[in-house]
Every structure is written in structure tokens, then in C-alpha cells.
Design a protein around this ligand. Sequence first.
Ligand code: PLP
Length: 224
Amino acid sequence: MTNPAIAPADALADVRARIAHAAKIARRKAEDVTLIAVSKTHPAEAIVPLIDAGQLVFGENRVQESEAKWPALRERFPAVQLHLVGQLQSNKAEEAVHLFDCIHSLDRPSLVTALAKAMDKAGRRLPCFVQVNIGAEEQKGGCAIADLPALLDQARAAGLPLAGLMCVPPAGIEAAPFFALLDKLARDHGLDGRSMGMSDDFETAVMLGATHVRVGSALFGARG
Ligand SMILES: *Cc1c(COP(=O)(O)O)cnc(C)c1O
């Protein structure tokens, strides 16, 4: 499944082909699925070959790591887009608004407030996915399904551009029912985006309506 020895361009071509195949089965267009290459823990030297192979959308899960890695890369490759896929502390909202182009982890009222303030200050509005704790797991990021309507109302009232919903299903069990549930919640709330699917299950996610898949190890090899 993950083979660190494989050349980055080949790994990218393979993941793209698998997305296209899954989209075709579901009678969807592959262009409607954005591949986010999750480069957390991997250095710039591992990222550049993917950019050279045509990958322009990347994801990171930590503000601090991204601050160290991405400003120089962005200067070299201005077309790159950077998504924050990991949890965000409210006191890092300003840095996040400067560093990223999209946030996938909006999950609580205090973060809506912090992000709205940071975006006002920066004069920059980033699309946000609301992360849902889709398996109702303790200690997992994401808002409870019961709290989703109120959080969406608050985000809309605060002027945050809502891209859609995001989830990370529970580990170790079949992800498909959770993807189907996220798809239904997005539809119920009139949201277009569904950020779901990682290296082990992105094809299933594409078949169930993912618009953004977040793929790390299948592109970069296992994390150390
Ligand atoms: C690390 C991470 C990914 C990518 O995981 P892989 O299994 O390596 O593809 C996707 N989403 C989030 C939120 C992550 O933290």
C-alpha cells in the first residue's frame, strides 16, 4: 500500500488514477475531487518533487511546523495552496489565517470567534470546513452532530465562508457509513464540500461524495 521507495511522481500518478477510477464507478468527474497532499512531518526536499510533478494543493496539521516549512516553499512556488487539516488552537488563529488558504478543522464556537476576528484583521477570508466528530468519539476533534446546526449558524453570522464539512472516522472499523453520514449532513445543510478520505480509504470516500481527499502516506511513504 505505502512504498517509500516509489518515486514521488509515480506515487502521485497512482493516487490520481485511483481517484479517477473511483469517480468513474460513482459516475462522478475526477476534476470534482481535490487531492490534498498531506505533507506533515515531511521536509521540503520531499515536497518539491511532488510540486514538480504537478501537485499544487498541500495539507499540514500543525501551525508551527508549517511556519517553519512553507513560507520559503510558497515564495518559490506561488501557485501552491495550503490547507490546515489538523486541530487549531484559538490563540493560533492569526498565524493560521496568514499561513493557510483553507481551514478544515473549524469545530467550536470559540474558534469561530477567533477566526472571524483574525480574518477581519488580516482583510482575508478563508474558506472553512466544519469538522464533525462523526463517530461521537471522546477526545476527538470535531463538533458533535447535535451541535452542528448552531455552529453553522454562528459561522454564517460571523461571515466565515463555509466550504463544507470534514470528518476523520473512527480508526479500525469500516469508514463507509461515516462518509455516507457526513455526505447526508452536508446535503441537509446545503453545503457543497465534503473533506473525507485518507490513504487507506480515499477511494471509498470518493465513491460516497468526497470533494476533498486528504492523502499523506500513500504519496510520501510512511511517517517516521
Ligand atoms: C495525517 C492526516 C491525513 C493523512 O493521513 P494518511 O493516512 O497519511 O493519508 C489526513 N487528514 C488528517 C486530518 C491528518 O491529520
